[in-house]
Design a protein around this ligand. Structure first.
Ligand SMILES: [Fe+2]
Length: 306
C-alpha cells in the first residue's frame, strides 16, 4: 500500500470547531476523528446531522486522514459488529482518507473507557490483534496504522515492553504504525523508573512502518504526568521528532490539541491564547519537517513551488 507524503497538519478536534480558523490555515493534512462525526450505531445514516455541514467545508480543502478512538478495533466483539467496521470503514471510504490510525486499547460496544486500558503486551495478544488488524485493514483498503498508547498502568499479564509488542504485532499483521511522540514522552515520565525508555522504544519499533506522527503537550497533576493535549509541545518531544524524522519518512506530522473537556480547577478557555499556541506549534512542526526533507517537500510548499 502506498503512503502519500503530505507534511504537517492538525487534528480536526471537536473542541476547536466553531472558533479555531481551520479553513484559513496552510495545513498539509487534516485528521478526522471518526467517532466525533459518525452517527450512533443504533441510528440511521453514517454522519451525525451536525457533522454534515462541518465536513462539507473541509473535505474539498485538505487531504484527510482518519482516526479511530472508540471503534472497538481490538476488543473482543465480533469485528463486523464493531463501530470500526460499521461506521469507520464506510466513513473512510466516503471521505476518501489517505490512511487510518487506530488506538491500541480494549473497548467494546458497551464500554469505551479506552484511555486506561492498554492492550496486554503478550505473544498471544500480538497474534490476536494482528489477525484483527489485517482483517480491518483489508476492509479499509488503505493503510491502517496502530497508535502507541499513553497509559497509567500496563495491562496485567504483559510479558514484554510495548515496543516489542508493537514490532511483533506488525510482523504478523502487514499493517503500520502511528507514532505518538508525546505518548512516548508521557510514558517515560510515568514509567521511566520501572524501565520504560523512549530511546529503546524508538530503536525497537520498525521506523520504516511509521505512517504518521502525533505531537501534543500535557501536564503533571498530583504526581502523574497526563497526556492532556492542552499545552505547548514540550522541548523534549521536539527533540524526539527531529530524531525520528532523520531516520523515518512518515506521511504526516499531526498536532493534537484539545481544550475545554480537559480544563480543571476552575480554569477557563482563552481562545485567543490557545489559537496562538496552536499556530506556533504548527509553525515549529513545519520548520522541523522542512529541516529534514527540504523546503518544498510538503503538500502546500510543493504546490507553491510548482
Ligand atoms: Fe495521539
Amino acid at each position: 500500500m502506498s503512503v502519500p507524503r503530505l507534511g504537517v497538519g492538525l487534528q480536526f478536534n471537536p473542541e476547536l470547531i466553531g472558533w479555531f480558523p481551520f479553513l484559513d490555515q496552510p495545513l498539509d493534512a487534516l485528521e478526522i476523528l471518526f467517532d466525533s462525526v459518525m452517527s450512533p450505531l443504533d441510528g440511521p445514516g453514517l454522519l451525525s446531522p451536525k457533522a454534515i455541514d462541518l465536513i462539507g467545508d473541509i473535505t474539498g480543502k485538505f487531504p484527510l486522514i482518519g482516526h479511530s478512538n472508540y471503534g472497538g478495533d481490538f476488543g473482543f466483539d465480533d469485528l463486523m459488529r464493531t463501530a470500526a467496521a460499521r461506521r469507520h470503514v464506510p466513513l473512510a471510504k466516503k471521505l476518501n482518507v489517505n490512511w487510518v490510525a487506530n488506538h491500541c486499547f480494549y473497548s467494546d460496544a458497551s464500554w469505551s473507557d479506552v484511555w486506561s486500558s492498554p492492550l496486554q503486551f503478550s505473544r498471544a495478544e500480538a497474534a490476536r490483534v494482528a489477525t484483527r488488524a489485517r482483517a480491518l485493514q483489508d476492509l479499509y483498503g488503505v493503510p491502517l496504522a496502530h497508535e502507541n498508547a499513553a497509559y497509567y498502568r500496563p495491562c496485567p499479564g504483559s510479558e514484554m515492553p510495548e515496543e516489542e509488542f508493537l514490532a511483533l504485532t506488525l510482523q504478523q499483521s502487514g499493517s503500520y504504525l502511528h507514532l505518538d511522540l508525546h505518548n512516548v514522552y508521557a510514558n517515560e515520565q510515568n514509567h521511566g523508573a520501572n524501565g520504560y525508555s523512549a530511546r529503546r522504544f524508538l530503536d525497537t519499533i520498525p521506523l520504516d512502518r511509521v505512517v504518521c506522527i502525533h505531537m501534543a503537550g500535557g501536564r503533571w497533576i498530583d504526581g502523574q504526568y497526563h497526556d492532556l493535549h492542552d499545552t505547548r509541545v514540550p522541548e523534549a518531544v521536539w527533540d524526539l521528532l527531529d530524531d525520528v524524522l532523520s531516520r523515518a519518512r512518515p506521511g504526516a506530522v499531526i498536532l493534537e490539541y484539545e481544550t475545554e473537556a480537559l480544563l480543571c480547577d476552575g480554569e477557563t478557555l482563552d481562545t485567543e491564547r490557545t489559537t496562538d499556541v496552536i499556530l506556533a506549534d504548527l509553525e515549529r512542526g513545519r520548520n522541523a519537517w522542512d529541516r529534514a526533507y527540504g523546503p518544498a517537500s510538503r503538500r502546500t510548499t510543493r504546490s507553491e513551488a510548482a
